[in-house]
Design a protein around this ligand. Structure first.
Ligand code: GLU
Length: 486
């Protein structure tokens, strides 16, 4: 049997990271089993669905590299098929036309509420209270329609909904890879509406029909849908269809354990891209947020796909930890191929500086060292600042101190030695510095600070020899010269 999974977002808002993780789990399960991963856009709520949200979902998934194996499908396009299935169920006696009007249903609920409130009246006897409560319970219980066994319509043109006959068994059980085996009293299930009075299919019906038609074998989704499963199973039974396997994944919580909100960093997936996180870091972090494989912390998509197992999803909600996400991102920034890192970083640098060919060349040379210096792309771009900015007009206190008397004298000597150096390699530059120290019996601690001050004005930067190598002879001599002539 080919494993088929799907991600089925409603395009009513951004693709938040909880949704991205659901997509990721579905993707991994399919890949692990050599199966297929599909995307179905659940756009039946026309009022709340927008093209922008659909696009944001597609963009978010593309960014994460969670490419579906077929082009996305749109639930609203299958409305006729959903209606046909509902009518098949009517035909088979599994569903029925219900002529109860919304007013009748509301009156029933109101009566239930009134009786429930009346049962609190202390002037009544215990027996009277108990009997009112029992009547209220019946009226407020999940609705079982008086039309479930047929009957003559009130008039030939009365409007009706199509409802599924709730199962007659006492109990029903869902076996879930995460939630375990959960049993519910069937009286907690109503006669589910399949088609509304205007003939449109309901969400519950559409999900089941689409999952069946797409050949979905495993439904992996947020545990906010767990209770829906009890309402969806009877549709599979009524249609005589195979029931897929289920895994309802706990929601993501904030670091304080509360349900995730914006305050915790519950942003759209693309907002993380814009904050300078790499998609591979996002995937690695999200897969560990609620799933584990031994004590491995970092996963590439392929690594996760080779070991992913639904039974390793944790039952407890994962907690969003932005510090950890930063560590994971720093790892991937170090690991990523340098030419790709340059591509990723260039737009960030361009926000800060003119990205000339010369600067690009400096970045190419410096990135193997500098890539250690940022958890996100904007942080890394800031760490590269000294490559285009000598900071000469904004020296910090330490730099100002280093550029006085003795310091300037040493700087002048060093400038000359650098000017005369035949070679401009890191080793040659290190040699120039060391020879100067040896010849003047000075330590690097006495010679380094004025050079560093002249080159970076106090901006963070690595060792001097590589810094000089990356900047190039002309730039180094110019930056030093500026302080000597001042
Ligand atoms: N469209 C639903 C949602 O976005 C998901 C339904 C499902 O996965 O069955 O929450």
């Amino acid at each position: 049997m080919t494993v088929v999974t799907r991600f089925a977002p409603s395009p009513t808002g951004m693709l938040h990271i909880g949704g991205a993780r659901t997509a990721l789990f579905n993707y991994l399960l399919a890949k692990r089993n050599g199966g297929r991963f599909l995307l179905r856009v659940e756009d039946t709520d026309k009022k709340r669905s927008t093209d922008e949200a659909t696009q944001a979902i597609l963009d978010g998934m593309e960014w994460l590299g969670l490419t579906p194996d077929d082009p996305p499908t749109f639930q609203s396009k299958s409305a006729d098929r959903h209606v046909a299935c509902a009518m098949d169920m009517v035909e088979a006696g599994k569903a029925f036309r219900c002529y109860a009007t919304p007013e009748e249903l509301q009156a029933r609920r109101d009566e239930g509420e009134t009786k429930r409130a009346a049962a609190k009246d202390d002037s009544l006897s215990d027996d009277e209270k108990a009997s009112l409560r029992a009547e209220a319970d019946v009226l407020l219980a999940p609705y079982r329609s008086p039309w479930r066994d047929g009957g003559t319509p009130p008039s030939p043109d009365s409007s009706y909904t199509i409802r599924l006959r709730a199962p007659d068994e006492d109990e029903m059980t869902v076996r879930d890879h995460v939630q375990g085996e959960v049993t519910l009293k069937t009286r907690e299930i109503d006669d589910l509406i399949l088609l509304r009075a205007d003939g449109t299919p309901t969400y519950m019906l559409a999900v089941v029909v689409d999952d069946h038609d797409m050949g979905v074998t495993h439904v992996v989704r947020g545990d906010d849908h767990f209770r829906n499963t009890f309402r969806q199973l009877p549709i599979y039974w009524a249609m005589g269809w195979d029931v897929p396997e289920f895994a309802h994944v706990p929601m993501i919580h904030g670091s304080d354990g509360a349900k995730l909100s914006k305050r915790h960093g519950a942003l759209s997936t693309l907002a993380y891209r814009d904050m300078g996180y790499l998609p591979e870091a996002m995937n690695s972090y999200l897969v560990r947020l609620g799933w584990s494989h031994g004590d491995q912390e970092i996963f590439t998509l392929d690594e996760a796909a080779s070991v992913f197992d639904l039974n390793d999803i944790n039952k407890a909600p994962g907690r969003l930890d932005l510090e950890k996400l930063g560590d994971v991102n720093a790892h991937f920034i170090r690991e990523v191929h340098e030419s790709r890192l340059l591509d990723l970083l260039s737009p960030e640098i361009a926000k800060l500086a003119d990205l000339s060919d010369e600067l690009t060349e400096r970045l190419q040379q410096a990135l193997p060292t500098l890539k250690e210096r940022g958890q996100t792309l904007p942080q890394l771009a800031e760490s590269c600042r000294f490559l285009w900015d000598s900071n000469a007009d904004n020296l910090n206190k330490k730099a100002r101190k280093a550029l006085q008397e003795d310091g300037l004298k040493r700087l002048s000597d060093i400038r000359e030695a650098l000017d005369q150096s035949d070679s401009w390699t890191i080793e040659a530059l290190q040699h120039v510095l060391e020879s100067y120290c040896a010849a003047h019996t000075l330590s690097m601690g006495q010679v380094g600070p004025p050079i560093r001050a002249a080159l970076t004005g106090g901006l963070p930067a690595p060792d001097l020899a590589p810094v000089m190598y990356w900047l190039g002879r002309d730039e180094v001599l110019a930056r030093i010269g500026k302080h000597l002539s001042a």
